[in-house]
Design a protein around this ligand. Structure first.
Ligand code: SAH
Ligand code: SF4
Ligand code: F3S
Length: 579
């Protein structure tokens, strides 16, 4: 039997604590010598379940492991170090984890040095770590959501002590900056704006697994986003369990709308955010979304239930009427916005009337897509203690009725797109057919179309030709080489030197500069022609001198002496053209 050291195990009671205390610091990553030596020539593999919060944690863990010298592999069987990043939100998410852990037994059999780590939300639940260590003794390290940034130090402990280690913390959580990361691709990025959740919806385990809600400082978020824009990313998704309460913990007037505007101003082509809490969606938010073209006109707006009494039992802080009123305000300002949602069916003792309210709300709002879930009791949450009188059969039957309504509204939205052209951010070739690309339109709809793989990561126009309800078929609406050229021109404009000359070219091709150039040329000709006529020559010289002064005093041309290299050359070329 493998030896296990329990450094810390989670407690749901402690996880429920909300103290107004949040430690913030910058992590200065140091790779322990032992880990560095171990990593030489070794490969790591990460399998992530759950939401974007977990995906972002995967990117951070990949950052630490890459710094240590490990190389990534997508083949689990060839891995020397594997991490399974778990989700606890519903029972079926957990069932998949056990199968995954089991599949790594063979790695250990073939390679005694193989290390298996299990982390994420499920490990924050009481009893899970102990169960894993008893059932799967080849799990070398178990940690939670609060100590991802301690990954290398924990691996060092495992290697040094030659024991399995369990280290899961239940505390309000910290905000750690300076995290390394290897992002999943170079065109769309997730940026955490806050961690944790304080809403405690009665069915939900997230407030226990992710701790107290705590915001990252606005300047840190904006700096991270600026780096992404400069690196050529096309899309940023700001992440928080409830983005609308962002910054309220600073008590200084910071709001999510202000952060959103600051990020939009950076000029990222596409900006989105997840997830919104309906009753905290303010008019300031609506104004900000409407104001910036680069903020996607798509809003994920989880309702959970269409019945006020059910919402009350769920601990959601709005009624059906309030939700509909907010939706009406949003649509008044942005009539074409796409709304998507999450709905739970079969919350304990949900009545037929309550469920009928959910159906009618889904129809009334006419969601363009929805995630529907059957309620899954989560140990330690208030709803899990309720005695439920509704049978599984009824829940399944209701679930199917809801799916049919969603299918209808989703299908209607998709059908309305046929024949129109949409800007699509290309995700790459589809898994089934490498000649077919897929990408998301601004309204969050997936479109498949034939095209060359070099368009991956570009935003291109695609004409929708056919609706498949949940996805669409389309065709390229312009020559792919033109799309690619535009993408390259955009990336070049981000280069500090090339970007500056582009700005100059743009500025100097404005009508007033063209006019100035024409005036300058005309004055020069007049000067030459006036030679021989003293009076005319005097006037021509004056006109020429006046234009020269105007050019010298021009804010753009006057600064040219500060310019160097290619920018200076570009400017000279432009001046030649103007003259
Ligand atoms: N913070 C986000 C996401 C939370 S988890 C939000 O508030 O929307 C994502 C979705 O999972 C939730 O919106 C909810 O619909 C669903 N969910 C959460 N707990 C669940 C449970 N116990 N059973 C079934 N679905 C659940
Ligand atoms: Fe869970 Fe509610 Fe928090 Fe969303 S807002 S994470 S559903 S507790
Ligand atoms: Fe799952 Fe944790 Fe996200 S429970 S949904 S991975 S916050």
């Amino acid at each position: 039997m493998a030896k296990v050291e329990y450094v810390s195990i989670p407690s749901m009671k402690e996880a429920r604590n909300r103290v107004d205390l949040c430690e913030r610091y910058v992590d200065h990553v140091e790779v322990p010598e032992l880990v560095k030596r171990f990593a030489v020539g070794k490969k790591f593999y990460i399998k992530t379940f759950g939401c974007q919060a977990n995906i972002r944690d995967e990117e951070v863990m990949a950052g630490y492991l890459t710094m240590a010298g490990f190389v990534r592999t997508e083949d689990p069987r060839s891995a020397d170090l594997a991490i399974i990043n778990t989700c606890a939100v519903r029972e079926n998410a957990e069932d998949k984890v056990y199968g995954e852990i089991g599949s790594f037994k063979i790695n250990r059999t073939n390679n005694p040095q193989f290390l298996l780590c299990v982390c994420g939300c499920m490990m924050q639940e009481e009893g899970k770590a102990e169960f894993l260590e008893k059932t799967y003794p080849y799990v070398s390290l178990v940690f939670g959501t609060h100590n991802v940034h301690r990954l290398l130090a924990m691996l060092n402990d495992v290697l040094k002590k030659d024991k399995n280690i369990v280290n899961v913390l239940s505390f309000p959580g910290e905000v750690v900056e300076g995290l390394p990361s290897v992002r999943l691709n170079d065109y769309e990025a997730f940026v955490n704006i806050s961690y944790g959740c304080d809403k405690f919806c009665t069915y939900c385990i997230v407030p226990y697994t992710r701790g107290r809600e705590r915001s990252r400082k606005m300047e840190d978020i904006v700096a991270e986003c600026r780096t992404l824009v400069e690196a050529g990313y096309k899309q940023i998704t700001l992440l928080g369990q409830n983005v609308n309460s962002y910054g309220l913990d600073f008590h200084d007037g910071t709001t999510f709308a202000k952060l959103l505007a600051a990020v939009a101003e950076l000029g990222i082509p596409r900006l989105r955010f997840l997830t919104s809490y309906p009753s905290q969606f303010t008019d300031e938010m609506i104004e900000t979304m409407a104001k910036y073209d680069n903020i996607q006109k798509w809003l994920h707006f989880p309702v959970q239930s269409g019945s006020s009494s059910c919402l009350k039992r769920m601990g959601r802080r709005y009624t059906r009427e309030e939700y509909l009123e907010i939706v009406a305000r949003i649509r008044a300002k942005m009539p074409d916005i796409a709304l998507t949602t999450d709905i739970i069916v079969g919350f304990p003792n949900e009545t037929e009337e309550e469920f009928a309210d959910t159906l009618s709300l889904a129809e009334e709002v006419s969601y363009s897509a929805a995630f529907t879930f059957i309620y899954s009791p989560r140990g330690g949450t208030p709803a899990a203690r309720l005695v439920d009188g509704v049978s599984d059969e009824t829940k399944h039957e209701r679930f199917m009725r809801l799916v049919r309504v969603i299918e209808k509204t989703t299908g209607a939205h998709s059908a309305a797109m046929v024949g129109k052209t949409f800007d699509v951010l290309v995700e790459g070739p589809s898994k089934k057919n490498s000649k077919i690309l897929s990408g998301y339109a601004e309204n969050g709809k997936l479109i498949n179309f034939a095209g060359p793989s070099y368009l991956t990561g570009c935003i291109i126009p695609v004409k929708v030709t056919e609706s498949k309800t949940y996805s669409l078929r389309g065709e390229l609406a312009e020559d792919p080489l033109v799309s690619k050229a535009r993408d390259i021109a955009y990336l070049m404009s981000l280069d500090p030197i090339l970007g500056e000359s582009k700005r100059l070219i743009d500025a100097l091709s404005a009508p007033e500069y063209r006019k100035l150039g024409e005036e300058y040329a005309a004055a020069k000709v007049a000067l030459a022609k006036s030679l021989g006529n003293e009076e005319e020559h005097r006037l021509a010289k004056e006109r020429f001198a006046a234009i020269q002064t105007k050019l010298r005093n021009d804010p753009i041309l006057a600064n040219e002496s500060e310019l160097t290299g290619p920018t200076k050359a570009a400017l000279n070329e432009i001046k030649d053209i103007l003259q």
